[in-house]
Design a protein around this ligand. Structure first.
Ligand code: SF4
Length: 220
């Protein structure tokens, strides 16, 4: 008679329980470009977390400002479950081609995932580098709406500087205008905008900072 124990096989191997998949989609790395070009992963299921954005640190816990941009697989609406997780079957729908981060994830051993966490992140330049007009728009958007400037404006407003609130409102308007332009010109599908320009600034300000720029915040 034998019982399965931690010494049978590799005790750290993925048991395909789905727990990780319910904590958010993975961030992608440069090797994952293959699953995008081969259309295993649909660009509409991706979005970009821009440099300086506040994120949850799944390795060390807590919230941190990311100093690198992260292309990430979306979660289901109003849920943190990865869009590629099949709840009914409790399985990954792209398991054989799952992203590198999912391959490195082992339930009781975080060494591999810790090692790779910040290395060789996939970037928008990797994806759109050969689309000149789009990279120009992305760079212009980054120059006008960087999170470094957002943080600076929030701090200035806290110190009572009303002009900082106006500047932030203008930044939000620019962020939206960029999305409207590519939509009107039918230059890209709406679902890909969050990959090209990150999540809408107004939405991030509300859910990360509790800020809804308006008359009261502007102090007018
Ligand atoms: S891609 Fe697959 S393995 Fe990775 S988090 Fe999503 S459902 Fe899980």
């Amino acid at each position: 008679m034998g019982f399965a124990s931690d010494t049978d096989g590799d005790p750290f191997e993925c048991e395909r329980c789905g727990t990780c998949c319910k904590k958010g989609g993975p961030g992608l790395h440069d090797v994952d470009i293959r699953i995008i070009t081969e259309k295993v992963v649909n660009p509409e299921n991706l979005y970009t977390i821009r440099r300086g954005e506040l994120i949850r640190d799944n390795i060390n816990g807590g919230l941190v400002y990311t100093d690198t941009e992260i292309v990430k697989v979306r979660s289901e609406k109003n849920s943190s479950t990865c869009v590629y997780f099949d709840d009914a079957g409790n399985a990954c729908r792209i398991y054989e081609n799952r992203p590198a981060q999912c391959r490195a994830m082992k339930c009781r051993d975080i060494e591999d995932i810790t090692d790779m966490h910040l290395k060789n992140r996939l970037s928008r330049a990797d994806l759109f580098g050969n689309v000149g007009w789009l990279m120009e728009m992305i760079d212009a958007h980054e120059a006008r709406c960087s999170y470094r400037d957002v943080h600076g404006l929030i701090e200035r407003r806290k110190e009572g500087d009303i002009s900082a609130a106006r500047a932030l409102s203008e930044m939000i308007a620019y962020d939206q205008a960029v999305r409207d332009i590519v939509h009107e010109k039918k230059a890209m599908d709406e679902g890909v905008q969050d990959l090209a320009f990150g999540l809408p600034l107004a939405r991030v300000l509300e859910y990360r900072f509790g800020i809804r720029p308006g008359k009261s915040w502007a102090g007018t």
